[in-house]
Design a protein around this ligand. Sequence first.
Ligand code: BG6
Length: 315
Amino acid sequence: MSETENKSVEITKGVNGLEKIILREIRGSSAEVYLYGAHVTSWKNEQGEELLFVSSKAIFKPSKPIRGGIPICFPQFSNMGSLEAHGFARNRVWTIDTDPPPLPPNVTNGVFVDLLLKPTEEDLKIWPHSFEYRLRVTLGPGGDLMLTSRIRNTNTDGKAFTFTFAYHTYFSVSDISEVRVEGLETFDYLDNLKNRERYTEQGDAITFESEVDKIYLSTPTKIAILDHEKKRTFVVRKDGLPDAVVWNPWDKKAKAMADFGDDEYKHMLCVEAAAIEKPITLKPGEEWKVRQELSAVPSSYFSGQLDPSKVLQSS
Ligand code: BG6
């Protein structure tokens, strides 16, 4: 954990007494992460505006995953394997890692907390692999939110393991019909609503008028979510995560989910940095390191071209 006079890391109790960590930056931005799931449930800008969506019906109770924020999908994305949907990492209580192996300076700039997940005896029965998953959640000086994952195979039986992964980020948007996503146009995707058949996205920015559940493949490192009404642009920068899931349940699926309000689909969009099409295989002793960085900037800084370096400089 990092701490100086002007920024802070607070360990406190959240909903239902579950432990959470609050990160606060000098200029007023903040983030919250629950030990349950290593789940980021809040990310606020300097004005105190919430940037992530969490359902008003979210259930903060093990072993139900929290609906909203940033669930960690590991070691399985969705139902693409024999485990529970999106794997078990989001349903486990992580610990604070007080002595993590060092990370390069660009990841230590800001206020951060390190979390650790190791499998229990019960976990080993359903997924017979020893691993150490280290997650660093960093709030940068400008309010950017960075999630760095390091997953190591600690098997002593000489066996490799294979997994799929996603940072399942729920962005808060003013009105889904006013939102467009740039950076995924012309890329191939698997349509979860059509038996994961492969299609090619058209050439324009993506807009929303019905349920969407697509896995875009081998996508660029930067994706932008433009919220026209809020005049806000989110920029997702991802490193080591080739795929990107875009999900909005729309009205019918929303009604079918017990932990999601009927109309809440209008105010959220999931854009998930992921590794799905080509599962990751780690030999014993090997480590996989990936990163997602989120920024929120006024859309006026966004030229209409996907040039997040410009966006980031002006933030
Ligand atoms: C998305 C999947 O990532 O997560 C969808 O593509 C799924 O198919 C959604 O419905 C929500 O999953 P869950 O398990 O959190 O309800």
